[in-house]
Design a protein around this ligand. Sequence first.
Ligand SMILES: *[C@@H]1O[C@H](CO)[C@@H](O)[C@H](O)[C@H]1NC(C)=O
Length: 327
Amino acid sequence: MLLLPFQLLAVLFPGGDGEDAFQGPTSYHIIQISSFANSTWEHHQASGWLDDLQIHGWDSDSGTAIFLKPWSKGNISDEEIAELQKNLRAHLLRFTRYTLGYASQFQVKYPIEYQAIAGCELQPGGSIGSFLRGALGGLDFMSFKKDTCVPAPEGGSRAQQACKLIMNNHDDINNLKTLLFDTCPRYLLGVLEAGKAELQRQVKPEAWLSRGPSPESGRLLLVCHVSGFYPKPVWVKWMRGEQEQPGTQQSDLMPNADWTWYLRATLDVAAGEETGLSCQVKHSSLEGQDIILHWGQPISIGLIFLAVIVPSLILLLCLALWYMRRR
Ligand SMILES: *[C@@H]1O[C@H](CO)[C@@H](O)[C@H](O)[C@H]1NC(C)=O
């Protein structure tokens, strides 16, 4: 039994090529967001993620999971999935009951916003670690260390009471332990294997330049857009020759709808200093053929030549021929 995860790991990290061998997500987690507007209105959202790629949704009306990819089930059987859905429905019901009871007992003010994240991740040594953290009203509330509920300092006495309540419920704790330390690692290895073709694909970025709004008069904001790449790690810098420009500012990575990423690198320069600058992009999909875009380079002299000079020459030639004929 113990050997199986290691065999799967060998498949996921082939040949010991170091870290480059495996790119793509290394963790699975479920996010629960529960909102209680008052004592009679609550709403739960749940979703499942491989790092920052969503593979599961949750239909809260029917209490069933939505599989967003054909391989989202990993190697978990349909019976076990049915069981897990039942578990999650029961958990949400119990959670609602606890929260409402707790709110009336301790006079907690509505609205109550609760967020939780629970899952597991591959660790560098090849082991798999599990985690569960909860937040109330946007502040850390509690987390699990091993199999013990630990109240967060920000949660105050409420978090301490909640943890006591949770730890007293042995059935729930045992269920949770199975989910975190058995089901999740098994599922993670299975789904990373099932989705390998998509999770470990390489998609090349496209890059283009534009001018941003001038920061102040006499200055320019150069913008280098890089879009459509996968996986996430990317290197984008404004350069002068071989020299990295330290003023390069990178935006956050933003997701495109097709599981690729978008990023913007900007440089604020004095007008006149922009000539000779270029934007350089390195990404694993480019296999060392970096994209280099030069600022302000004429659209390509060749193109201008073709578009303007050649038609003019032809026109001139035609005119000359026509003129000669007439004579
Ligand atoms: C509870 O909140 C919901 C949603 O905001 C609202 O429609 C409903 O009228 C509220 N009920 C009470 C009893 O305040």
